[in-house]
Design a protein around this ligand. Structure first.
Ligand SMILES: Cc1cc2nc3c(=O)[nH]c(=O)nc-3n(C[C@H](O)[C@H](O)[C@H](O)COP(=O)(O)OP(=O)(O)OC[C@H]3O[C@@H](n4cnc5c(N)ncnc54)[C@H](O)[C@@H]3O)c2cc1C
Length: 384
């Protein structure tokens, strides 16, 4: 069902409508088969770059369209509603590009951003490590000074687009201080000494590759350090604030898809001589699902509007990620219920939606970590 959306401009409305059409014609036909086969749709990112999806939030001088975040996120929601792997992939790519766009030098931006924005270079964001997930201050990966700039040694875990990405926005220690000792690097996918683990066998998002990265004396030129030495933790957290809005929009799109499926099914399926949609017990369930989807959309849009207005939005992004991912988990689970036994089979996408929803409560900061962010700002404890 088309969502009744509000946009700041007519141009924003047209762009989102274009993305929706492209998602339905170009992505939807492949989603189920590629998920079942675990086939990463690398070409879709080039196509989305060409039509301008990847450049929506980036300036025109680098090939973007300079749209407000509230427009970009609603377009992203339309992509995720059709295929979560691609929605999450777009969000990760845009987050990986963010470090360069916000903290890169003019020369770095001119060199790399047009290729990122146009989808010719696919990005990945390498922050987590096996022993440093929620607690990124436990990071051990090192970047030591070498003749050409730096040499990177260590490993990253859980990298979305691992082995497929053309660049890895990578965080490594240049000092021992938990916060001030981290720096950020633009690492090419074909850097010597960079190798990849086998893809993780996941509950969902099976077409989205997730691997470990291994760095064995990977040489990185000075010109590929993003921001100042020691600025990495700030860059990582700032990227995550925007990235969490992307995940909130994807979760909302996924929940919308599950709601649409359940509502359509309830109108078709008959029991006791009438459509199951006629039973008040089921109507209330569908109404609650719809209210959850609307609440998720409202919270991410509020956070996006604050971001667009140049106001602090870190707490709002945490609220949006928490509310939208919990909504996705609840709504997709309820969609399986509405479809009854058929919902539990692979004949319908409800079970896939439910499996895909779970990870939105885990990545880019678990929902326990979102609660910590919200409580910290509420109670005004200094950030540790
Ligand atoms: C499919 C997938 C894709 C991913 N993609 C990427 C990626 O592209 N790049 C990247 O860098 N990372 C990525 N990740 C990693 C992801 O961000 C981490 O899994 C996540 O941050 C949690 O870290 P962890 O798995 O080590 O869990 P842990 O940190 O070990 O947490 C385990 C449990 O303890 C809880 N917990 C931890 N600390 C606290 C606390 N202080 N208070 C209360 N509860 C707490 C957590 O909420 C969780 O329930 C991905 C993960 C998955 C599953």
């Amino acid at each position: 069902m088309a969502v009744d959306r509000l946009f700041p401009t007519e141009e924003g409305a047209e762009l989102v409508s274009l993305v929706r059409e492209i998602a339905q014609t170009e992505l939807a036909p492949h989603a189920a088969a590629d998920e079942a086969a675990g086939r990463f749709p690398r070409d879709s990112f080039g196509m989305l770059g060409e039509v301008g999806m990847l450049g929506l939030p980036y300036p025109e001088e680098y090939g973007g369209t300079g749209q407000p975040y509230e427009v970009y996120l609603q377009a992203l929601e339309e992509v995720a509603a059709v295929w979560m792997t691609v929605g999450v992939g777009v969000s990760v790519h845009v987050m990986a590009s963010y470090a360069m766009a916000e903290f890169g030098t003019a020369e770095q931006r001119a060199t790399y951003l047009p290729e990122m924005v146009g989808g010719r270079l696919l990005g990945a964001y390498a922050l987590s490590e096996a022993q440093a997930g929620s607690d990124i201050s436990a990071m051990t990966m090192r970047a030591k000074h070498a003749d050409h700039g730096y040499e990177l040694n260590g490993a990253k875990a859980w990298t979305t687009h691992g082995s497929y990405a053309d660049f890895y926005t990578t965080f490594a220690r240049t000092g021992d201080d938990p916060r001030e000792g981290v720096s950020c690097f633009h690492v090419p996918g074909n850097a010597p000494g960079l190798t990849f683990g086998s893809p993780e066998h996941k509950m969902g998002l099976n077409a989205s590759p997730t691997t470990a990265l291994y760095f064995d004396a990977v040489p990185i030129d000075d010109s590929r350090r993003i921001g100042d030495e020691g600025q990495g933790a700030r860059i990582a957290l700032s990227a995550l604030d925007s990235g969490r809005l992307g995940i909130a929009a994807c979760a909302t799109g996924l929940a919308q898809a599950a709601l649409d499926l359940a509502a359509d099914y309830a109108k078709q399926r008959e029991q006791f001589g009438q459509a199951i949609a006629e039973f008040q017990g089921l109507r209330f369930l569908l109404a609650e699902m719809a209210a959850s989807v609307d609440s998720a959309r409202a919270t991410y849009l509020m956070a996006a509007r604050k971001r667009d207005a140049g106001r602090p939005f870190s707490r709002d992004a945490a609220v949006a990620k928490l509310i939208a991912s919990d909504a996705a988990m609840k709504v997709t689970t309820d969609a399986v219920q509405v479809l009854g036994g058929y919902g539990y089979t692979r004949d319908y996408p409800a079970e896939r939606y439910m499996r895909e929803a779970k990870v939105t409560q885990i990545f880019e900061g678990t929902n326990q970590i979102q609660r910590l962010v919200i409580a910290r700002q509420l109670l005004k404890y200094p950030l540790k």
